[in-house]
Structures are given as C-alpha cells and as structure tokens.
Design a binder for this molecule. Structure first.
Ligand code: C2O
Length: 362
C-alpha cells in the first residue's frame, strides 16, 4: 500500500451501477478553478460542539430544522441558470444531488488512477472517508439554516429502541422522505442487522436479541485489533475485498434492508439495482443514508473504548491518505485521514446511548 492521493477530478468519467450497466448521468463534481493548488483542510476553531442525537429520540423542533435544511439543500439543485450563461454555470457543490454524487463518484468507478478504479469501500478507507463525507454534509446543512451547532441524527440500530426505520424519514411529502425504499421500512418492521435479502420468520424479540449478539460479535469478538475493524490496507485497484467487521455487517445489511429489492420495478418504471440505499451510486439520494452512517461513525468511537488493542491504526499510509471535498462555502479542499481521528477536535460528538450489546457475549 501507499497513501491514497485525492482523486484526479479532471479524469473523472462515467460511473456504473452494476458491472454492465452505466449510471445515466454524471456523478463527477465541478472542477475547481485552482485544481492544481487545492489547499489542505485545517479544522476550524469552534466554541460549541455539535451533538448528534439518536434519531428515534429527537423532538419536533429538531425535525423541522432538519427538514428545512434538507429542503434548502435540495433547492440548490433546481436553481435555474440564466439562458446561455457565459461563462457556463457550474452546479453548486453543496446541492443535495451533488452531495449524493460524491458517493457515486468515489464508489462506482468514476475516478481512476491509470486504469485502476478508486474504491473507498472494502478497505481501511471506509471509516475515514465516510467521516469526512458526513462532516461536510452536516456543515452544509447547518450553514443553510444559519445554525453552526446543527448536528445530524444517528440511526441507533445497535439499541432496541433504534431497531426500526427512524420515523422522521418516513413522512411523505417532506424533504427527508424517499420513495425508493423497500416497503417493509414503513410497517414498524424490526430491522434484521444481518439482512441479505431473506425476510426472517421469528418474533421481534428474537430479532432484537440476535442483533445484539451480532453487534457483540462484530465489535468485540471479531475485531480485537485495528486491521480487522478498519479493513485491509488499500492498494489502488486492489481486487481483494477485505472490509472491516462493521463495514461488512451490519453496515451493508442496513443498506440492503432499506433500498428497493433488486430487479423489482422502480416508481419510474425502470428495473431496480437496489436504489436508493442498496446501491453505492444512489445511496446518498436517500437522506437516511447520512443518519445510518452517523451510527457507523459512532461505532468507530465506541470500538476504541472497548480496550485491548482496539486503537486507531498508526500506519503512515493510512494517516497520509487524502480525499477531496467542498466545504459549506463551496471551497475545495484536500482532507487527510490523520485529521479525522478525533471527533471532538472535528467539532462534534455523539449523545450517549447505552450499548447493550456489550453484554451479549454469545
Ligand atoms: Cu459508502 Cu454505507 O456506504
């Protein structure tokens, strides 16, 4: 391995939603004018931490703010450019679709190094890439409602109270709703954190108990040391997929459980590739993506408290890896893994919830 450089936006090309099917639109971000001298991001100073709350426990006032921020983000997609603008207008990198496209570009083959595709999943890039992704998404939302302490909610699927689809995302007609989901998210179904497509025929209490046992296994038993938790070192174009324990399960099952069933018919009449949550190219089009990933990110913090060798990696190739993002002022930056290891330094933390799975040693 060697440190991953930020992707070359100039060579960004078509993404694909399956091995043989291309994404019909471009997932590539606008290229900054000063592409050759994009600065490294330094964490801004802050006075008050953003506190991410469990999604099932937030109040109506919070929901209203989150809805407003998200609808403003969506409005940035529909701003009409003047007729034949000169120079041509570029999309606003803070817009909802541009934010979703970040995931598409980094995960569905739009970026290449030589002839190798960049992929931020199935390796040690998973946790730091998504942490930075949510970091900017959260700051953009906050800036759109002038609230510097706005924080994303987290889908607390590791606690029985959070093992259903978070209700705030299931209100039709709001900016947090997405019609491209599996209908079972609507009926108060308890999520099976090991879901890979088969509906289980056991009662809710059993599903919850299984989930807690699964969490213990992925956080404690199977992840006694850093590489097992974070995933294998990333080599460009590496075809060896070695995700960390939590990335593999329950992170992927939550995606599959939420998205539409593959090969079913989508609302627009086309055939499903798992949209939205069940495919990397479209996952960010469902606002719940960021709520799911907030809990994934929280698991990183929790894991480090479990003792033994459960510490951040110290491998310089990991620490020096970089990604590219636009911030809440549409300024482009390169961000480094070594700057995202402490969420408090990044300006946010998680409201605590009991981690019952710690007591579910099988
Ligand atoms: Cu980048 Cu949950 O996937």
């Amino acid at each position: 391995a060697s440190p991953l450089p930020p992707p070359d936006l100039k060579t960004c090309s078509t993404a694909h939603k399956s091995k043989t099917t291309e994404v019909q639109y471009s997932c590539c971000p606008p290229i900054p004018d000063d592409w050759d001298s994009v600065p490294c991001y330094t964490l801004p100073s802050m006075t008050k931490l953003r506190i991410r709350q469990p999604a099932h426990a937030v109040d109506e006032e919070y929901i209203a703010k989150y809805q407003l921020a998200t609808s403003r983000m969506k409005e940035l997609d529909t701003k009409k450019p003047p007729v034949r603008p000169d120079p041509p207008v570029r999309p606003d990198p803070r817009s909802f679709k541009q934010q979703a496209n970040i995931h598409c570009a980094y995960c569905n083959g739009a970026y290449k190094f030589g002839d190798k595709e960049l992929q931020v999943h199935n390796s040690w890039n998973f946790f730091p890439f998504h942490r930075w992704y949510l970091y900017f998404y959260e700051r953009i939302l906050g800036s759109l409602i002038d609230d510097p302490t706005f924080a994303l909610p987290y889908w607390n699927w590791d606690h029985p109270k959070g093992m259903r689809f978070p209700p705030m995302f299931d209100r039709e007609g709001t900016s947090l709703y997405d019609e491209r989901r599996n209908p079972h998210v609507r009926n108060g179904t308890v999520i099976d954190l090991g879901f890979f497509g088969d509906e289980v025929q056991i009662n809710e209490l059993q599903v919850m108990t299984n989930n807690l046992t699964l969490m213990y296994r992925q956080m404690v038993t199977n992840a006694p040391c850093p590489l097992l938790f974070f995933g294998a070192p990333y080599v460009l174009g590496n075809n060896v997929e070695a995700p960390g324990t939590i990335e593999n399960i329950p992170h992927i099952p939550v995606h599959i459980w939420t998205g539409t069933v593959r090969c079913s018919t989508l609302p627009d009449g086309t055939s499903s590739f798992g949209e939205d949550m069940g495919n990397f190219y479209s996952a960010g089009l469902d606002p719940v993506f960021f709520c799911h990933h907030a809990n994934v990110d929280r698991m990183w913090n929790e894991w480090k408290t479990l003792g033994g060798k459960r510490r951040n990696l110290v491998n310089p190739d990991w620490l020096k890896s970089e990604y590219f993002f636009y911030d809440e002022n549409s300024n482009p930056y390169r961000v480094r893994v070594k700057d995202c290891l402490d969420t408090k330094k990044m300006g946010y933390d998680y409201a605590p919830m009991p981690t019952l799975w710690r007591n579910f040693k099988p």
